[in-house]
Design a protein around this ligand. Structure first.
Ligand code: GLU
Length: 347
């Protein structure tokens, strides 16, 4: 009897040990789901291949995990919008919270992948892995990168080492943290970089290795919660240059922008007439955050611009598109400028 009991426990234990993790693939579109290509894979259309076909194209992932697919949208990521963001974040939150998913992979176009990644990093309340993945070459192309990227993404999403690392982007054998990663090359497969900190890990044919972990507040420790966000306010980015004029700032304010990210020159310096328009915007209640068009480094408070005199906030070292995401999420919960500045220094 005792021996039988022992055998049952061993068999039960073995079953648990062999139970495959459940990974949900939430598909949003992009080149990884692109098709209808012409010669050598050019002239294709993003977001034409469905999630079932994406999964069927990489049968190896079914051997390592129980894969479930859901189509959230099927768009080129230049069409990404608040509605899809909210739907995606709420679904990811629900799947992880309910225990239905051990990890989530999101297939996404590369154009705005960094923005969606950071949005999810700020609002989803789980420390289980969420991985965004895409492709620079569509499936009809020579040396398409999508299948191996997807295989690697599933491996990162099911790795115990990924727990607590926040939302990640997996492309071209590299793992990047959502807050840091940005697209740096229009066409190369080696396009995703983290200019301020570097990648946090690598994944080589499914073998996951981490070297660093993000320390800014994210997911479970973030001040934000997708359960409390139903809409996002308008925040515009103004890109500055020599011989600029204030028209875009004034237009943003006239059209109801609640916040402006000013991608200034160098250490966030605006052209004089733009500076004046931004100052007027603050007086009308718009939250103005000084950022830089440079692409790396901190926009330091009170450098050549007296931020306390004008009432501007600064973005730390976020690029303009990331700063926009944080300001939208912050403004969805508060108008308190001190609080918002603190978010920029902690998230
Ligand atoms: N515009 C497409 C997108 O972002 C192409 C970029 C890609 O997926 O690589 O969806």
């Amino acid at each position: 009897m005792r021996a039988l009991k022992f055998l049952a426990i061993v068999l039960f234990g073995a079953t648990i040990a062999w139970a495959k993790p459940t990974i949900y693939i939430l598909a949003t579109g992009g080149t990884i789901a692109g098709g209808g290509a012409g010669e050598l894979g050019t002239n294709y259309t993003s977001g034409t291949v469905t999630v079932d076909k994406l999964i069927a194209a990489v049968p190896e992932i079914n051997k390592i995990a129980t894969i479930k697919g859901e189509q959230i949208s099927n768009i080129g990521s230049q069409e990404m919008n608040n509605e899809v963001w909210l739907k995606l974040a709420k679904r990811a939150n629900e799947l992880l919270k309910s225990g239905k998913a051990d990890g989530i992979v999101i297939t996404h176009g590369t154009d705005t992948m960094e923005e969606t990644a950071y949005f999810l990093d700020l609002v989803v309340k789980s420390d289980k892995p969420i991985v965004l993945v895409g492709a620079m070459r569509n499936s009809d192309s020579l040396s398409a990168d999508g299948p191996l990227n997807l295989f690697n993404a599933v491996n990162v999403a099911m790795s115990k080492d990924s727990v607590g690392k926040g939302v990640m982007v997996v492309m071209n054998d590299e793992i990047h943290a959502a807050r840091e990663v940005t697209k740096t090359n229009t066409t190369s497969v080696d396009t995703f970089k983290s200019p301020n900190t570097g990648k946090i890990g690598t994944v080589f044919y499914g073998k996951v290795k981490f070297y660093m972990a993000p320390t800014r507040k994210h997911t479970k420790n973030s001040a934000f919660d997708i359960a409390k966000i139903e809409s996002l306010p308008r925040v515009d980015i103004i890109y500055n240059h020599s011989n600029d004029d204030p028209d875009f700032v004034n237009t943003a304010v006239a059209n109801g922008a609640k916040g402006i990210i000013n991608a200034g020159m160098g250490n966030g310096n605006p052209y004089p007439s733009v500076l004046e328009a931004l100052s007027e915007a603050v007086k009308k209640g718009v939250i103005v955050v000084r950022d830089s068009r440079v692409g790396s480094g901190e926009t330091t408070a009170g450098g050549e611009v007296d931020d306390s005199k004008y009432g501007f906030l600064t973005s730390d070292n976020l690029n303009a598109q990331k700063a926009r995401v944080l300001l939208m999420v912050a403004l969805a919960t508060t108008n308190d400028k001190d609080k918002i500045q603190k978010y920029f220094l902690t998230h």
